[in-house]
Design a protein around this ligand. Sequence first.
Ligand SMILES: *Cc1c(COP(=O)(O)O)cnc(C)c1O
Length: 388
Amino acid sequence: MFDLQNDLDDRRASGLLRRRLSAESAQGVRMRYDGRDYLSFCSNDYLGLASHPDLQQAACDAARQWGTGAGASHLLGGHSQVHDELEQALADFAGTERALLFSTGYMANLGVLAGLVGRGGCIHQDRLNHASLIDGGLLSRAKLQRYPHGDHSRARKNLAVNPDARQILATDGVFSMDGDVAPLAQLISACRDRDALCYIDDAHGLGVIGPQGRGALELAGIQPDSDEHRDCVLLMGTLGKAFGSFGAFVAGSGEWIETLVQQARTYIYTTALPPAQAAVSLASVEIVKTEHWRREHLAVLIDRFRAGCRERGIELMASDTPIQPVMVSDNQKALDVAEHLRRNGLMVFAIRQPTVPAGSERLRITFSASHAEADVDRLLDGLEQAGL
Ligand SMILES: *Cc1c(COP(=O)(O)O)cnc(C)c1O
């Protein structure tokens, strides 16, 4: 039987109850939550596009042109010209033949993993992969093999165990809670040697890292559409993070994408992304491609933060991305520090189990191109005062 109150009380007693705050302002680095003003370091709006005036205008114009809902699934009349245009723009940006829109990144991961392998297959995952990759693996009914974080030698060995099975290796491109980048060159080479697919979830890398913002693959110098990689690389990106919009896409060769159109249940059995939202993403891709200053400014902020932490003896993790976690390694202390920061008007969240393993509780600090250098200094002072 359910004993909900008891379970909730237990959760509260262990300090694991999760609580929501309600924003009273648009997304940005200055936010109002529950009646108080904060300088925010918690969003994934890395390029500061979620309330960009051009995107707001695109949303208004597109809602007038296309209405507010897609009305049906992609295969039953809900697919539109603006979806096509966005898919083409995303394929161009990612450097692949085709791209396919999904309503969210979570659904893309479920659809790809469960759509491409089943019972008898094998899915290899980094231990720190995002929950949606893990869930996609479970849904597929394939055998699940996890390798230690970033350990490409182990991944290569694991891929050799069932050489005749259909195999996918799935990895975050940039790890969502650690900010480090997967060793893609080695992982892809291990997959290619076993005719396996390397599926890269670059939710936090696309738009943000690489000289042109093309993500973890660009940073590793890998062209997904080359003869060498076309058959063994598939990329996923989300539009709700750096792109400041909503939705997700999978990019790869025409064969992979057409297979997903036929087989990905989270593509087939759900309402299409609203076309107006696709129009917003289309406008956003243009900004992501052209406004390099946003990535350059982020790099300045990240350097300033890391130098400031070193001066103050605050321990950092090995991340060059806008995700700059500060390890606290204790549930209660992580909550206390986050609370202290909030009392000082700084919005930072403590990340705890089960999102990260027990003992690796941390503050997840993220930067946006909309932050000023003075904002970083204010955060550094806040961290110091909070006793870090
Ligand atoms: C956010 C995230 C997702 C899910 O994307 P949504 O579009 O928010 O559903 C998937 N993978 C990773 C690594 C993420 O960080």
